[in-house]
Design a protein around this ligand. Structure first.
Ligand code: ZN
Length: 670
C-alpha cells in the first residue's frame, strides 16, 4: 500500500516538473551574453533596482503585478528565482502536503520570491500572515518529515504592520476564511474515520490532534524504529509534558506485533475521541484528563506494520488465486531485524523464580543483568525500556490480536518444563481485578456465547494468567512488573489479527468503554506522599504491603500509587536512613478513587535492619546499558565512512536531483 502511494506521488511530481519546464520555456526573452554590449537590454543587476512585471508562472495570481529583483532572498533576477529549489518547492507543495495545508502557502512563498514592488521599492509581506499560515500548516510538514522552509521564516523575511508590511493574502481573506472553516470546523466534534492508517497518516493525526488540543495534549518521540521511523507518543493531561504530584500515569501500547493492527487503530481513534470530547465538555473525559496523565503509543512496531500491510495489499489481487489469503499470522509480526519484540525484554522472571525461596526476597525493581546487553537489543525495545524507567507509570495495557482475552503476568511459566502452568505474581488479586476491568467493560469478551477463536476463556470471564495460556520469556509485561512500579496487562482484541477495514468501527464500539474503564482504574487502591520531618518528599522510599512480596517505590517528589483490592491492608513505608512507619488501612469495596495515605519518616541513626540487605541496591538498578553495548551494535549500521546512515524522506531524491545544491534545509534535524 505504501509503495503504491509513493509511486502515485512521484507521478504527480513528475507531472508538475513538466509544468515548471513549460513555464521556463515560455518566459520572456532575457539578456543573452553580448546583448548588453549591443544595447539590446540592460543588466538589472548593476542598475538601480526597478519595479518589473511579475511573470513567474506559479505566482501569477498574486494581488499585485509588479515585483522587484534582487528579491528578499537576494535572487538577482527572475531567472535566478525561477531555477531555485524554493520555486520548485512552491510548484509542488500543495500535492506534497496531501492538501493538509492551505493552498495559500504558495502565495506566501511568492511574496518572498517575487515580492510586491511600489515606487521601485520592495515591500515586505506581513509577519502575522506568515504566522497564521505556519500555525495551520506546521503539522502537514511534520507529516511528511519536511522542515519548515527557511524562506518562510516569519521572523527573518517578514515584517510587522508598523514596518509597513502588506498582506499577500489580502484579496483572499474572505475566500480563505471559508476554506479554513471547512478545514478546521468550528465545532470541535471530529469525524473519526474508521479506516486503516499508514504510518505517515498516523503520525499526521497524532500531531494534528495535539495541535488542535494543545492545552491538553502533546506528542513526543521516544526514539526510532530499526528502519528509522519515529516512535511517536501522544500524551493527554491538563499539564502536558509534566508529571504532577499524586497524578497517576497510564500508558496504552498498540501494534507491538506489527501484524496485530486493531489496537493501533483503536489508539488512533481514542486520540481523536479524547481531544474532541474534552473540547465538547464531556464530563467524564474532562475529569479523566484533569486527574490522569495518559500516554498513547499506537505503534511500537511501525516497520512490522508496513510489512504486514504491504503484503496484505499484494495478496488481495483478485486475479492471483494461487496465493492463499495473506498469512497474517507471521508476516510483519517481528520488527525490521526480525526480532519478536515481546521476547526481547530482559528475562527478569527467571531471576525472580530462582530467588523466591529466600523469605525476604522482594519481586520488584530487579536490575537488568549486564549479560542482557550482550544479546541483540532491538531499538524499539531499547526505546521502550528507557521510556518506562523515566515515567512513574501505574498501569499499562499492551494491545494485541489473534484471540479474545485479557492475559496478565507472569507470562513465563514457573516450571521450566511445564509450558502451560498457572504462574501468578504476588499481586495475583490486583492483576485479576485489572484484567476483569477490561474484559467486563468490553461488549463481548466476558460473554459465554462469544466466538472464542477455538479457545475456552469464557468460563474464566475472558481473562487468563499468561503462563497458563502459553509460556514465553522476555515479555514486556513481566518486565514492567519486575523492573518498575507499573502493572501491565495484555489485551487480545479478536481472532483476526488484521481484520477487514469494515470491522474497525465495530472494534471501536466493543472496546471504547473497556479502554476508558481501564484508564480510570489507575485511580484504585491507595496513593500518597512519603515525606521527611521537614515536609520534603523522599524519592525511592518503599511501600510494602504485608502478604505481598512486591514493593512499590516513590517517585521524584515522594508520591506513590499502590493498586490494591478492597479489604484491610497493613502498609509499611521505609527508606534508607529513616525509621519505618506502619499503617493499617481499610479499603471499602466501592471506593471510586484512590485512598490517600501519607507517611512521615523520621531520620534514624540506627543500623539498617536485616531486611534491607535483601533489597537490590539502587546503584545496581540504575545501571542501564553500562557498557554502551546498544550503541556499539548500532554502529554496525553506519555507512562506510562512519557517517550515520540517515534515511532520507521519499521526496528527497526529487529535490536533490533538481540541479541545485542539495537543499538540506528541507530536512528536519539536519
Ligand atoms: Zn501479539
Amino acid at each position: 500500500m505504501h509503495m503504491e502511494y509513493k509511486r502515485i506521488k512521484m507521478n504527480s511530481i513528475v507531472f508538475a516538473l513538466n509544468v515548471v519546464a513549460t513555464v521556463v520555456w515560455c518566459a520572456p526573452r532575457r539578456c543573452e551574453p553580448g546583448d548588453e554590449i549591443l544595447g539590446r537590454c540592460k543588466a538589472s543587476v548593476e542598475d538601480k533596482a526597478r519595479c518589473t512585471d511579475l511573470l513567474l508562472g506559479y505566482c501569477d495570481d498574486m494581488p499585485y503585478v509588479k515585483t522587484i529583483f534582487p528579491n528578499i532572498l537576494d535572487h538577482k533576477s527572475m531567472q535566478d528565482a525561477e531555477l531555485g529549489t524554493e520555486y520548485l518547492l512552491l510548484s509542488v507543495i500543495h500535492s506534497l502536503l496531501n492538501g493538509e495545508c492551505t493552498p495559500d502557502i504558495r502565495m506566501l512563498g511568492c511574496s518572498v520570491l517575487a515580492p510586491r514592488c511600489e515606487k521601485d521599492r520592495l515591500v515586505k509581506p506581513c509577519r502575522s500572515t506568515c504566522e497564521s499560515v505556519r500555525k495551520g500548516c506546521a503539522h502537514a510538514f511534520e507529516g511528511i518529515e519536511m522542515a519548515w522552509p527557511y524562506f518562510l521564516d516569519c521572523d527573518r523575511f517578514f515584517v510587522s504592520d508598523e514596518e509597513g508590511c502588506y498582506d499577500p493574502l489580502e484579496g483572499l481573506r474572505e475566500k480563505q476564511e471559508v476554506a479554513l472553516a471547512s478545514f478546521y470546523p468550528e465545532e470541535p466534534g471530529t469525524i473519526i474515520q474508521f479506516t486503516y492508517h499508514s504510518n505517515a497518516q498516523m503520525i499526521n493525526i497524532l500531531k494534528k490532534t495535539a495541535a488542535r488540543c494543545s492545552d491538553i495534549a502533546r506528542t513526543y518521540s521516544i526514539g526510532r524504529s530499526t528502519e528509522g521511523k519515529d516512535l511517536l507518543i501522544i500524551e493527554f493531561s491538563n499539564n502536558p509534558g509534566q508529571h504532577e504530584l499524586l497524578e497517576p500515569e497510564v500508558k496504552l501500547i498498540g501494534n507491538m506485533h506489527g501484524n496485530e493492527v486493531m489496537g493501533r487503530e483503536l489508539l488512533i481513534y481514542l486520540t481523536q475521541y479524547l481531544c474532541s470530547e474534552y473540547q465538547l465538555g464531556n464530563n467524564r473525559i474532562q475529569t479523566l484528563i484533569n486527574t490522569t496523565r495518559i500516554h498513547l503509543f499506537p505503534s511500537m512496531n511501525p516497520d512490522g506494520y508496513e510489512m504486514a500491510s504491504s503484503e496484505l495489499e499484494g495478496n488481495s489481487d483478485p486475479d492471483n488465486e494461487e496465493v492463499p489469503r495473506y498469512n497474517g499470522w507471521i508476516s510483519g509480526r517481528a520488527n525490521g531485524q526480525n526480532i519478536d519484540l515481546n521476547r526481547n525484554f530482559p528475562d527478569l522472571t527467571s531471576i525472580a523464580y530462582s530467588r523466591r525461596r529466600n523469605k525476604r526476597y522482594r519481586s520488584d525493581h530487579i536490575p537488568i543483568p549486564d549479560s542482557y546487553w550482550f544479546g541483540k537489543v532491538a531499538p524499539e525495545t531499547y526505546a521502550v525500556m528507557k521510556w518506562i524507567r523515566s515515567i512513574p507509570f501505574v498501569t499499562s495495557a499492551s494491545l494485541h490480536g489473534g484471540d479474545l482475552v485479557v492475559s496478565y503476568p507472569f507470562d513465563l511459566s514457573r516450571h521450566p518444563l511445564e509450558r502451560k502452568i498457572f504462574s501468578p505474581t504476588p499481586d495475583e488479586q490486583v492483576f485479576k481485578q485489572l484484567a476483569r476491568t477490561y474484559a467486563d467493560a468490553h461488549s463481548t469478551m466476558a460473554n459465554a456465547d462469544t466466538d472464542r477463536c477455538g479457545s475456552s476463556f469464557a468460563s474464566k470471564g475472558g481473562i487468563i494468567n499468561g503462563a497458563l495460556w502459553y509460556s514465553f520469556p522476555g515479555g514486556m509485561s513481566d518486565f514492567n512488573y519486575l523492573h518498575t512500579n507499573c502493572f501491565e496487562i495484555t489485551v487480545e482484541l479478536g481472532c483476526d489479527k488484521f481484520p477487514a477495514e469494515e470491522e474497525l468501527y465495530m472494534g471501536w464500539q466493543q472496546n471504547k468503554e473497556a479502554l476508558m474503564s481501564f484508564i480510570e482504574s489507575a485511580h484504585r487502591g491507595i496513593k500518597g506522599i512519603v515525606k521527611d520531618e521537614d515536609g520534603n518528599g523522599i524519592k525511592g522510599a518503599r511501600i510494602s504491603v504485608r502478604g505481598i512480596r512486591h514493593d512499590i517505590t516513590t517517585a521524584e517528589n515522594g508520591d506513590y500509587w499502590r493498586l490494591l483490592t478492597p479489604g484491610i491492608h497493613i502498609l509499611t513505608a521505609s527508606a534508607p536512613g529513616y525509621s519505618k512507619v506502619m499503617k493499617k488501612v481499610q479499603l471499602p469495596s466501592r471506593l471510586q478513587k484512590a485512598g490517600r495515605v501519607d507517611f512521615v519518616l523520621m531520620k534514624s541513626v540506627l543500623e539498617p535492619d536485616v531486611d534491607d540487605f535483601s533489597l537490590p541496591a539502587m546503584g545496581t538498578y540504575d545501571r542501564f546499558d553500562p557498557y554502551n553495548q546498544f550503541e556499539r551494535y548500532s554502529m554496525s549500521d553506519l555507512g562506510e565512512n562512519g557517517e550515520e546512515r540517515q534515511e532520507k524522506p521519499w521526496w528527497w531524491a526529487y529535490f536533490a536531483q533538481s540541479g541545485n545544491s542539495a537543499p538540506t534545509w528541507l530536512l528536519r534535524n539536519y
